[in-house]
Design a binder for this molecule. Structure first.
Ligand code: HGY
Ligand code: MN
Ligand code: MN
Ligand code: MN
Length: 417
Protein backbone atom coordinates (compact mmCIF):
# COMPACT_ATOMS: atom_id res chain seq x y z
CA UNK A 1 0.00 0.00 0.00
CA UNK A 2 1.32 3.43 -0.94
CA UNK A 3 0.05 5.29 2.15
CA UNK A 4 2.59 5.62 4.97
CA UNK A 5 0.67 4.82 8.14
CA UNK A 6 1.68 6.51 11.35
CA UNK A 7 2.20 4.29 14.38
CA UNK A 8 -0.46 4.29 17.07
CA UNK A 9 0.19 6.74 19.93
CA UNK A 10 0.75 4.70 23.06
CA UNK A 11 1.16 7.74 25.32
CA UNK A 12 -2.20 9.11 24.21
CA UNK A 13 -3.73 5.66 24.60
CA UNK A 14 -2.34 5.29 28.13
CA UNK A 15 -3.58 8.73 29.22
CA UNK A 16 -7.09 7.88 28.01
CA UNK A 17 -6.93 4.48 29.68
CA UNK A 18 -5.98 6.11 33.01
CA UNK A 19 -8.85 8.58 32.65
CA UNK A 20 -11.35 5.80 31.90
CA UNK A 21 -10.09 3.74 34.84
CA UNK A 22 -10.81 6.64 37.23
CA UNK A 23 -14.52 6.53 36.41
CA UNK A 24 -16.10 4.07 38.85
CA UNK A 25 -12.70 3.30 40.41
CA UNK A 26 -12.88 1.10 43.52
CA UNK A 27 -9.60 2.59 44.75
CA UNK A 28 -7.85 -0.80 44.78
CA UNK A 29 -7.02 -1.06 41.09
CA UNK A 30 -10.48 -2.19 40.01
CA UNK A 31 -13.65 -0.54 38.73
CA UNK A 32 -17.32 -0.85 39.59
CA UNK A 33 -19.36 0.24 36.60
CA UNK A 34 -22.44 -1.94 36.13
CA UNK A 35 -25.01 -0.92 33.54
CA UNK A 36 -27.21 1.92 34.80
CA UNK A 37 -24.81 3.05 37.52
CA UNK A 38 -23.71 6.68 37.90
CA UNK A 39 -20.26 5.57 36.71
CA UNK A 40 -21.76 4.02 33.55
CA UNK A 41 -23.49 7.32 32.77
CA UNK A 42 -20.37 9.36 33.52
CA UNK A 43 -18.22 7.16 31.30
CA UNK A 44 -20.72 7.50 28.46
CA UNK A 45 -20.31 11.28 28.62
CA UNK A 46 -16.52 10.94 28.54
CA UNK A 47 -16.60 8.54 25.55
CA UNK A 48 -18.98 10.72 23.55
CA UNK A 49 -16.81 13.76 24.12
CA UNK A 50 -13.60 11.84 23.37
CA UNK A 51 -14.92 10.31 20.12
CA UNK A 52 -16.45 13.58 18.96
CA UNK A 53 -13.92 16.19 20.02
CA UNK A 54 -10.58 14.39 20.06
CA UNK A 55 -11.06 11.79 17.34
CA UNK A 56 -13.47 13.83 15.19
CA UNK A 57 -16.19 11.21 14.72
CA UNK A 58 -19.90 11.77 14.08
CA UNK A 59 -21.26 10.42 17.35
CA UNK A 60 -24.76 9.20 18.14
CA UNK A 61 -26.49 7.04 20.74
CA UNK A 62 -28.87 4.42 19.29
CA UNK A 63 -32.24 3.43 20.86
CA UNK A 64 -30.66 0.70 23.07
CA UNK A 65 -28.03 3.27 24.15
CA UNK A 66 -25.08 1.82 22.24
CA UNK A 67 -22.66 4.64 21.41
CA UNK A 68 -21.61 4.82 17.75
CA UNK A 69 -19.03 7.10 16.14
CA UNK A 70 -18.54 7.25 12.37
CA UNK A 71 -15.67 8.39 10.17
CA UNK A 72 -17.09 8.56 6.65
CA UNK A 73 -15.66 6.46 3.82
CA UNK A 74 -14.98 7.45 0.22
CA UNK A 75 -17.54 4.98 -1.08
CA UNK A 76 -21.07 4.05 -0.23
CA UNK A 77 -20.21 0.74 1.46
CA UNK A 78 -21.12 -1.01 4.71
CA UNK A 79 -18.99 0.06 7.68
CA UNK A 80 -16.05 -1.67 9.29
CA UNK A 81 -16.83 -1.42 13.00
CA UNK A 82 -14.42 -1.69 15.92
CA UNK A 83 -15.28 -1.63 19.59
CA UNK A 84 -16.31 -3.42 22.77
CA UNK A 85 -18.25 -2.53 25.95
CA UNK A 86 -17.62 -0.01 28.74
CA UNK A 87 -19.66 -1.52 31.59
CA UNK A 88 -17.98 -3.79 34.14
CA UNK A 89 -18.92 -6.62 36.47
CA UNK A 90 -19.29 -5.59 40.14
CA UNK A 91 -15.75 -4.88 41.40
CA UNK A 92 -14.23 -5.85 38.07
CA UNK A 93 -11.01 -4.95 36.32
CA UNK A 94 -10.02 -1.95 34.22
CA UNK A 95 -9.29 -3.78 30.96
CA UNK A 96 -12.36 -5.96 30.28
CA UNK A 97 -14.20 -3.88 27.67
CA UNK A 98 -12.49 -0.46 27.84
CA UNK A 99 -9.39 -1.87 26.16
CA UNK A 100 -11.35 -2.72 23.01
CA UNK A 101 -12.97 0.71 23.00
CA UNK A 102 -9.77 2.72 23.30
CA UNK A 103 -7.99 0.51 20.78
CA UNK A 104 -10.87 1.09 18.34
CA UNK A 105 -10.58 4.86 18.76
CA UNK A 106 -6.80 4.71 18.45
CA UNK A 107 -6.92 2.72 15.20
CA UNK A 108 -9.48 5.07 13.64
CA UNK A 109 -7.65 8.20 14.82
CA UNK A 110 -4.33 6.88 13.49
CA UNK A 111 -5.90 6.25 10.08
CA UNK A 112 -7.40 9.75 10.07
CA UNK A 113 -4.06 11.30 11.02
CA UNK A 114 -2.32 9.26 8.31
CA UNK A 115 -4.78 10.72 5.75
CA UNK A 116 -5.71 7.14 4.93
CA UNK A 117 -8.38 7.24 2.20
CA UNK A 118 -10.70 4.58 3.64
CA UNK A 119 -13.29 3.20 1.21
CA UNK A 120 -15.60 1.83 3.90
CA UNK A 121 -16.93 4.06 6.68
CA UNK A 122 -15.07 3.26 9.91
CA UNK A 123 -17.32 2.90 12.92
CA UNK A 124 -16.52 2.92 16.61
CA UNK A 125 -19.02 1.24 18.96
CA UNK A 126 -19.41 0.85 22.70
CA UNK A 127 -22.16 -1.66 23.43
CA UNK A 128 -24.67 -1.27 26.27
CA UNK A 129 -24.71 -3.73 29.20
CA UNK A 130 -22.42 -6.53 28.02
CA UNK A 131 -22.02 -7.88 31.55
CA UNK A 132 -24.72 -9.44 33.76
CA UNK A 133 -26.86 -6.71 35.38
CA UNK A 134 -29.95 -6.33 37.58
CA UNK A 135 -32.19 -6.73 34.49
CA UNK A 136 -30.75 -10.22 33.83
CA UNK A 137 -29.95 -9.21 30.24
CA UNK A 138 -26.25 -9.39 29.43
CA UNK A 139 -24.89 -8.48 25.96
CA UNK A 140 -28.01 -6.31 25.78
CA UNK A 141 -26.71 -3.84 23.18
CA UNK A 142 -25.25 -6.37 20.75
CA UNK A 143 -28.21 -8.75 21.06
CA UNK A 144 -30.51 -5.87 20.14
CA UNK A 145 -28.33 -4.90 17.17
CA UNK A 146 -28.57 -8.53 16.02
CA UNK A 147 -32.39 -8.38 16.32
CA UNK A 148 -32.53 -11.10 18.97
CA UNK A 149 -34.65 -9.20 21.54
CA UNK A 150 -38.14 -7.91 20.79
CA UNK A 151 -39.47 -4.49 21.73
CA UNK A 152 -42.29 -6.17 23.72
CA UNK A 153 -39.84 -8.28 25.70
CA UNK A 154 -37.62 -5.27 26.44
CA UNK A 155 -40.56 -3.06 27.46
CA UNK A 156 -41.69 -5.70 29.96
CA UNK A 157 -38.25 -6.13 31.53
CA UNK A 158 -37.74 -4.88 35.08
CA UNK A 159 -35.06 -5.37 37.72
CA UNK A 160 -35.70 -7.20 41.01
CA UNK A 161 -37.05 -3.99 42.52
CA UNK A 162 -39.55 -3.63 39.68
CA UNK A 163 -37.79 -0.70 38.05
CA UNK A 164 -38.33 -0.79 34.28
CA UNK A 165 -35.45 -1.30 31.89
CA UNK A 166 -36.93 1.50 29.77
CA UNK A 167 -35.99 4.04 32.48
CA UNK A 168 -32.37 2.90 32.60
CA UNK A 169 -32.15 2.96 28.81
CA UNK A 170 -33.65 6.47 28.66
CA UNK A 171 -31.18 7.68 31.30
CA UNK A 172 -28.35 6.30 29.14
CA UNK A 173 -29.58 8.19 26.07
CA UNK A 174 -31.69 5.50 24.34
CA UNK A 175 -35.42 5.01 23.74
CA UNK A 176 -37.01 1.55 23.91
CA UNK A 177 -40.05 2.69 21.93
CA UNK A 178 -37.78 2.98 18.89
CA UNK A 179 -35.63 -0.03 19.67
CA UNK A 180 -36.19 -1.76 16.32
CA UNK A 181 -34.15 1.06 14.73
CA UNK A 182 -31.06 -0.20 16.57
CA UNK A 183 -31.03 -3.42 14.54
CA UNK A 184 -28.33 -3.74 11.88
CA UNK A 185 -27.62 -6.10 9.01
CA UNK A 186 -24.71 -7.04 6.75
CA UNK A 187 -25.78 -4.08 4.58
CA UNK A 188 -24.84 -1.78 7.47
CA UNK A 189 -21.83 -3.63 8.88
CA UNK A 190 -19.20 -5.21 6.66
CA UNK A 191 -17.28 -6.49 9.68
CA UNK A 192 -16.91 -6.09 13.45
CA UNK A 193 -13.50 -6.35 15.09
CA UNK A 194 -13.00 -6.53 18.86
CA UNK A 195 -9.74 -6.59 20.74
CA UNK A 196 -10.10 -8.00 24.26
CA UNK A 197 -8.03 -9.38 27.11
CA UNK A 198 -7.84 -13.18 27.08
CA UNK A 199 -9.08 -13.49 30.70
CA UNK A 200 -7.34 -16.87 30.90
CA UNK A 201 -3.73 -18.12 31.05
CA UNK A 202 -3.17 -19.86 27.74
CA UNK A 203 -1.29 -17.03 25.98
CA UNK A 204 0.86 -16.29 29.02
CA UNK A 205 1.74 -19.96 29.47
CA UNK A 206 2.62 -20.34 25.81
CA UNK A 207 4.59 -17.01 25.93
CA UNK A 208 2.66 -15.81 22.87
CA UNK A 209 1.55 -12.14 22.76
CA UNK A 210 -1.49 -12.48 20.52
CA UNK A 211 -4.50 -14.79 20.31
CA UNK A 212 -6.81 -15.04 17.31
CA UNK A 213 -10.25 -16.10 18.47
CA UNK A 214 -11.83 -18.99 16.57
CA UNK A 215 -15.16 -19.11 18.41
CA UNK A 216 -17.00 -18.14 21.58
CA UNK A 217 -18.55 -20.51 24.10
CA UNK A 218 -22.26 -20.94 24.65
CA UNK A 219 -23.62 -19.62 27.95
CA UNK A 220 -26.64 -21.04 29.75
CA UNK A 221 -27.98 -19.46 32.95
CA UNK A 222 -30.75 -20.42 35.35
CA UNK A 223 -32.23 -18.48 38.22
CA UNK A 224 -33.08 -20.99 40.93
CA UNK A 225 -35.37 -20.20 43.85
CA UNK A 226 -35.46 -22.50 46.85
CA UNK A 227 -38.19 -22.17 49.44
CA UNK A 228 -37.77 -24.05 52.71
CA UNK A 229 -38.96 -23.03 56.16
CA UNK A 230 -37.62 -20.17 58.25
CA UNK A 231 -37.67 -21.10 61.91
CA UNK A 232 -35.92 -20.56 65.25
CA UNK A 233 -32.26 -21.59 65.10
CA UNK A 234 -32.27 -22.81 68.72
CA UNK A 235 -35.55 -24.61 69.21
CA UNK A 236 -35.97 -26.40 65.87
CA UNK A 237 -34.51 -29.90 66.08
CA UNK A 238 -32.17 -30.88 63.29
CA UNK A 239 -34.54 -33.50 61.88
CA UNK A 240 -37.39 -30.95 61.69
CA UNK A 241 -35.57 -28.43 59.50
CA UNK A 242 -36.06 -27.43 55.85
CA UNK A 243 -33.00 -25.24 55.46
CA UNK A 244 -32.98 -23.43 52.10
CA UNK A 245 -29.29 -22.50 52.36
CA UNK A 246 -28.22 -26.11 52.83
CA UNK A 247 -30.35 -27.22 49.88
CA UNK A 248 -28.74 -24.43 47.81
CA UNK A 249 -25.27 -25.50 48.90
CA UNK A 250 -26.06 -29.04 47.83
CA UNK A 251 -27.27 -27.75 44.44
CA UNK A 252 -23.99 -25.86 43.95
CA UNK A 253 -21.92 -28.91 44.90
CA UNK A 254 -23.98 -31.13 42.60
CA UNK A 255 -23.20 -28.80 39.70
CA UNK A 256 -19.49 -28.85 40.51
CA UNK A 257 -19.43 -32.64 40.69
CA UNK A 258 -21.31 -33.02 37.42
CA UNK A 259 -19.10 -30.63 35.44
CA UNK A 260 -15.82 -31.74 37.02
CA UNK A 261 -16.59 -35.37 36.18
CA UNK A 262 -16.77 -34.39 32.49
CA UNK A 263 -13.03 -33.52 32.82
CA UNK A 264 -13.11 -31.16 29.81
CA UNK A 265 -11.60 -27.67 29.37
CA UNK A 266 -14.62 -26.82 27.24
CA UNK A 267 -17.26 -27.37 29.92
CA UNK A 268 -17.50 -25.32 33.11
CA UNK A 269 -20.21 -24.61 35.66
CA UNK A 270 -20.51 -21.91 38.32
CA UNK A 271 -22.87 -20.66 41.00
CA UNK A 272 -21.77 -17.02 41.17
CA UNK A 273 -24.85 -15.52 42.80
CA UNK A 274 -26.29 -16.88 46.04
CA UNK A 275 -28.60 -14.84 48.27
CA UNK A 276 -30.27 -16.18 51.39
CA UNK A 277 -33.19 -14.86 53.34
CA UNK A 278 -33.72 -13.65 56.01
CA UNK A 279 -29.91 -13.89 56.46
CA UNK A 280 -29.75 -13.63 60.24
CA UNK A 281 -27.65 -15.60 62.74
CA UNK A 282 -30.55 -17.09 64.68
CA UNK A 283 -32.98 -17.90 61.88
CA UNK A 284 -32.85 -21.05 59.75
CA UNK A 285 -32.69 -19.75 56.17
CA UNK A 286 -36.20 -19.80 54.74
CA UNK A 287 -35.37 -19.17 51.10
CA UNK A 288 -32.49 -18.61 48.75
CA UNK A 289 -31.82 -17.58 45.18
CA UNK A 290 -28.96 -18.88 43.04
CA UNK A 291 -27.76 -18.12 39.54
CA UNK A 292 -26.33 -21.22 37.92
CA UNK A 293 -24.19 -20.88 34.83
CA UNK A 294 -23.01 -23.61 32.43
CA UNK A 295 -20.61 -22.80 29.58
CA UNK A 296 -19.45 -25.07 26.83
CA UNK A 297 -18.25 -25.38 23.25
CA UNK A 298 -21.37 -27.16 21.96
CA UNK A 299 -25.07 -26.66 22.60
CA UNK A 300 -25.56 -30.42 22.87
CA UNK A 301 -23.05 -30.65 25.70
CA UNK A 302 -24.52 -27.65 27.55
CA UNK A 303 -28.09 -28.94 27.26
CA UNK A 304 -27.16 -32.49 28.27
CA UNK A 305 -25.42 -31.07 31.36
CA UNK A 306 -28.42 -28.88 32.22
CA UNK A 307 -30.72 -31.89 31.85
CA UNK A 308 -28.73 -34.10 34.22
CA UNK A 309 -28.35 -31.16 36.61
CA UNK A 310 -32.16 -30.78 36.64
CA UNK A 311 -32.56 -34.38 37.79
CA UNK A 312 -30.09 -33.84 40.61
CA UNK A 313 -31.92 -30.68 41.69
CA UNK A 314 -35.23 -32.54 41.80
CA UNK A 315 -33.67 -35.24 44.00
CA UNK A 316 -32.26 -32.60 46.39
CA UNK A 317 -35.69 -30.91 46.67
CA UNK A 318 -37.27 -34.23 47.61
CA UNK A 319 -34.58 -35.21 50.07
CA UNK A 320 -34.71 -31.87 51.94
CA UNK A 321 -38.43 -31.18 51.67
CA UNK A 322 -37.99 -27.80 49.97
CA UNK A 323 -39.62 -26.34 46.85
CA UNK A 324 -37.17 -25.58 44.04
CA UNK A 325 -38.13 -23.63 40.93
CA UNK A 326 -35.80 -23.17 37.97
CA UNK A 327 -36.08 -20.41 35.37
CA UNK A 328 -33.82 -20.23 32.31
CA UNK A 329 -32.55 -16.65 31.98
CA UNK A 330 -30.01 -17.16 29.18
CA UNK A 331 -29.47 -19.87 26.59
CA UNK A 332 -26.91 -18.50 24.21
CA UNK A 333 -25.44 -20.85 21.61
CA UNK A 334 -21.70 -21.12 20.94
CA UNK A 335 -20.64 -19.13 17.89
CA UNK A 336 -17.76 -19.62 15.47
CA UNK A 337 -16.14 -16.39 14.27
CA UNK A 338 -15.45 -15.44 10.65
CA UNK A 339 -12.92 -17.74 8.99
CA UNK A 340 -11.91 -14.88 6.69
CA UNK A 341 -11.06 -12.68 9.66
CA UNK A 342 -9.24 -15.48 11.52
CA UNK A 343 -7.11 -16.01 8.43
CA UNK A 344 -6.57 -12.25 8.00
CA UNK A 345 -5.44 -11.80 11.61
CA UNK A 346 -3.08 -14.80 11.49
CA UNK A 347 -1.61 -13.60 8.18
CA UNK A 348 -1.20 -10.01 9.42
CA UNK A 349 0.50 -11.11 12.64
CA UNK A 350 2.81 -13.31 10.60
CA UNK A 351 3.57 -10.38 8.27
CA UNK A 352 4.65 -8.32 11.31
CA UNK A 353 6.62 -11.30 12.70
CA UNK A 354 4.35 -11.45 15.75
CA UNK A 355 3.81 -14.98 17.14
CA UNK A 356 0.09 -15.66 17.39
CA UNK A 357 -2.15 -18.56 18.29
CA UNK A 358 -5.77 -19.53 17.49
CA UNK A 359 -7.87 -19.74 20.68
CA UNK A 360 -11.46 -20.67 21.53
CA UNK A 361 -13.00 -18.24 24.05
CA UNK A 362 -14.65 -19.51 27.21
CA UNK A 363 -15.62 -15.91 28.02
CA UNK A 364 -18.67 -14.38 26.38
CA UNK A 365 -18.42 -11.33 24.10
CA UNK A 366 -20.62 -9.01 22.06
CA UNK A 367 -18.93 -10.43 18.93
CA UNK A 368 -21.04 -13.61 19.44
CA UNK A 369 -24.18 -11.74 18.41
CA UNK A 370 -22.65 -9.61 15.68
CA UNK A 371 -21.27 -12.84 14.14
CA UNK A 372 -24.85 -14.03 13.65
CA UNK A 373 -25.34 -11.54 10.76
CA UNK A 374 -21.92 -10.36 9.56
CA UNK A 375 -18.18 -11.08 9.76
CA UNK A 376 -16.94 -10.79 13.34
CA UNK A 377 -13.38 -11.32 14.51
CA UNK A 378 -11.53 -10.97 17.81
CA UNK A 379 -7.96 -10.61 18.96
CA UNK A 380 -6.85 -11.53 22.48
CA UNK A 381 -3.95 -10.08 24.45
CA UNK A 382 -2.45 -11.95 27.43
CA UNK A 383 -3.94 -11.51 30.90
CA UNK A 384 -1.26 -11.63 33.59
CA UNK A 385 -1.87 -14.68 35.77
CA UNK A 386 -5.09 -15.29 33.83
CA UNK A 387 -6.89 -12.88 36.21
CA UNK A 388 -10.12 -11.17 35.17
CA UNK A 389 -13.41 -9.98 36.67
CA UNK A 390 -11.33 -8.86 39.66
CA UNK A 391 -9.12 -5.89 40.55
CA UNK A 392 -5.88 -7.73 39.69
CA UNK A 393 -6.81 -7.83 35.99
CA UNK A 394 -3.73 -6.64 34.05
CA UNK A 395 -2.26 -6.70 30.56
CA UNK A 396 1.17 -5.30 29.59
CA UNK A 397 1.14 -2.16 27.43
CA UNK A 398 3.82 -3.70 25.17
CA UNK A 399 1.35 -6.47 24.32
CA UNK A 400 -1.42 -3.94 23.70
CA UNK A 401 0.86 -1.98 21.35
CA UNK A 402 1.71 -5.16 19.43
CA UNK A 403 -1.96 -6.04 19.03
CA UNK A 404 -2.83 -2.47 18.03
CA UNK A 405 -0.39 -2.56 15.12
CA UNK A 406 -1.79 -5.90 13.92
CA UNK A 407 -5.34 -4.58 14.18
CA UNK A 408 -4.42 -1.40 12.30
CA UNK A 409 -2.95 -3.34 9.39
CA UNK A 410 -5.87 -5.79 9.38
CA UNK A 411 -8.36 -2.91 9.08
CA UNK A 412 -6.44 -1.52 6.11
CA UNK A 413 -6.41 -4.95 4.45
CA UNK A 414 -10.11 -5.37 5.08
CA UNK A 415 -10.85 -1.93 3.66
CA UNK A 416 -9.45 -3.06 0.29
CA UNK A 417 -12.08 -5.84 0.03
O1 HGY B 1 -19.14 -13.22 31.32
C1 HGY B 1 -18.34 -13.16 30.38
O2 HGY B 1 -17.80 -14.13 29.90
C2 HGY B 1 -17.94 -11.83 29.83
O3 HGY B 1 -16.79 -11.38 30.45
N1 HGY B 1 -18.96 -10.90 29.84
MN1 MN C 1 -16.44 -9.48 31.43
MN1 MN D 1 -15.63 -8.16 28.10
MN1 MN E 1 -36.49 -13.63 70.22
Amino acid sequence: MAIALQKCHMERFKARFERMSEIGSTGDGGVNRPFGSIADLELRKYLIQLAREEVGLEVSTDPIANIWGIHKGRQNLPAIALGSHHDSVPHGGRFDGPLGILVALEVIQTLIESDYPNRHPLAFVSFTAEEPNPFNLSTLGSRTVAGKLSKEQLLQTTDDQNRPLSMAITAAGGNLLRVSEAQKSAQDLFAFLELHIEQGRRLEQAKIPLGVVTGICGIYREQITIVGEANHAGTTMMQDRHDALLAGAQVALALEELVASAASDDLVGTVGHFVISPNAANIIPGSCELHVEIRGATTANIHATAHTFGKKVAAIAKERGVAITRRVILDQAPQLLSEDLIELFLRTANHQSIPSKPLFSMAGHDATHIASFTRAGMLFVPSIGGKSHCNEEFTRFEDIETALQVLLEAVVQLDQL
